[in-house]
Ligand binder design. Structure first.
Ligand code: PTJ
Length: 253
C-alpha cells in the first residue's frame, strides 16, 4: 500500500482508496469493487464527507434493530472486507450478530480469503463457505447459509445490489443498508437506509451499540416504531442540496 501522509488534506479518502486497491491485489476485493468505491467517493463529496443528522438517526435505529433481533446477521462482501474488517467484527461482537460472507462475484478462493481476513481481525465464526440455502435470485448472491442470512430477522447488507435487498425485504426481514447514494434502488428498498460512508457508519454504530445496549427494551422498541425511512431519504437529499448551496455561496460562483 502506498504510504499516505497523515497531514494530507484528503487523508481518509486516499487511505480508503489504497485499502480497496490492496484488497484487489490480495484477491479479497473484486476488480468491480474499485468502481463501486469511486461511485461512493463521488456521493461522499456531495454529502460533505460527514455523517449527517439523518445518517446518525438511521444508524441509531439500525443499532436498536440489531440489539432487539433474535438472529442478526452482517453480510460481508469484498469491499467491506478490505475497508473495515475490524469494524464489522467489532459490531458483530457487541451486538451478538453473526458474520456471513456473501459475494456478487463469487469465487471459493475469495470467500476463503475474506473469512481468513475476518478471523485475522478477531472473528471466531464466519459463515458463507458452505451455503445450504438459496434466495430466489439468479446470481451468486442467492447462496446463503440456513443458520445465517436465510433465517436472519435483521440483516445488515452494506454496499448491496438492489436485487437482493428487495428479496430480503420480501422475505419479511428488517434490512439495513449502508450506501452513500440515497437514490439507489438499494436505499429506496431497504427498511433502514444509512446514507453514510461505510467506515464512518460502522464506527458510529459500534459507539452507539456500546451506549445503547444499556437502554431499556422499551426505549429501543420506541426508536424502531417511530423510525421513518422515507423521511431519512428525503432528509439525506436535502442535506446534499444544503451542502451544495453552502459551498456555492462560499466560493461565490
Ligand atoms: O465483493 P462482491 O463480489 O460482492 O462485489 C461487491 C460490489 C461492491 C463490487 C458490488 O456489490 C457492486 O457492484 O456494488 P455497486 O452497485 O457498484 O455499489 C453499491 C453502492 O455502494 C453504490 O451505490 C455506491 O455508491 C456505494 N458505495 C461504494 N463505496 C461505498 C459506498 N457506500 C458507502 N461507503 C462506501 N465506502
Amino acid at each position: 500500500m502506498t504510504e499516505i501522509p497523515k497531514d494530507h488534506p484528503r487523508y481518509e479518502s486516499l487511505l480508503a482508496r489504497e485499502k480497496v486497491a490492496a484488497g484487489v491485489k490480495i484477491g479479497i476485493t473484486s476488480i468491480q469493487g474499485l468502481i463501486a468505491q469511486g461511485r461512493g467517493e463521488s456521493f461522499d463529496y456531495l454529502i460533505g464527507e460527514r455523517s449527517t443528522e439523518s445518517a446518525l438517526y438511521a444508524e441509531r435505529a439500525a443499532v436498536a434493530a440489531f440489539l432487539l433481533a433474535k438472529n442478526p446477521v452482517i453480510s460481508v462482501n469484498g469491499n467491506v472486507a478490505a475497508l473495515t474488517p475490524d469494524k464489522v467484527v467489532a459490531l458483530a461482537d457487541i451486538t451478538g450478530a453473526r458474520l456471513e460472507v456473501n459475494l456478487f462475484h463469487r469465487t471459493e478462493t475469495r470467500v476463503h480469503l475474506i473469512i481468513e481476513q475476518l478471523k485475522a481481525n478477531g472473528a471466531s465464526e464466519v459463515l458463507g463457505k458452505n451455503p445450504d440455502a438459496s434466495l430466489e435470485l439468479s446470481h451468486s448472491r442467492r447462496l446463503v447459509e440456513s443458520k445465517g442470512i436465510y433465517t436472519a430477522d435483521v440483516v445488515l447488507v452494506p454496499l448491496e445490489d438492489g436485487d437482493r435487498c428487495e428479496k430480503l425485504v420480501e422475505m419479511g426481514k428488517t434490512v439495513i443498508t449502508i450506501d452513500l447514494n440515497p437514490l439507489s434502488r438499494t436505499s429506496r428498498t431497504a427498511t433502514i437506509s444509512i446514507v453514510d460512508n461505510l467506515t464512518r457508519a460502522l464506527e458510529n454504530m459500534v459507539k452507539f451499540a456500546g451506549e445503547m445496549k444499556h437502554e431499556s427494551k422499551d426505549e429501543l422498541v420506541k426508536l424502531i416504531t417511530t423510525y421513518d425511512n422515507k423521511k431519512v431519504l428525503s432528509d439525506a437529499i436535502s442535506e446534499i442540496q444544503e451542502h451544495l448551496k453552502a459551498i456555492t455561496a462560499e466560493m461565490e460562483y
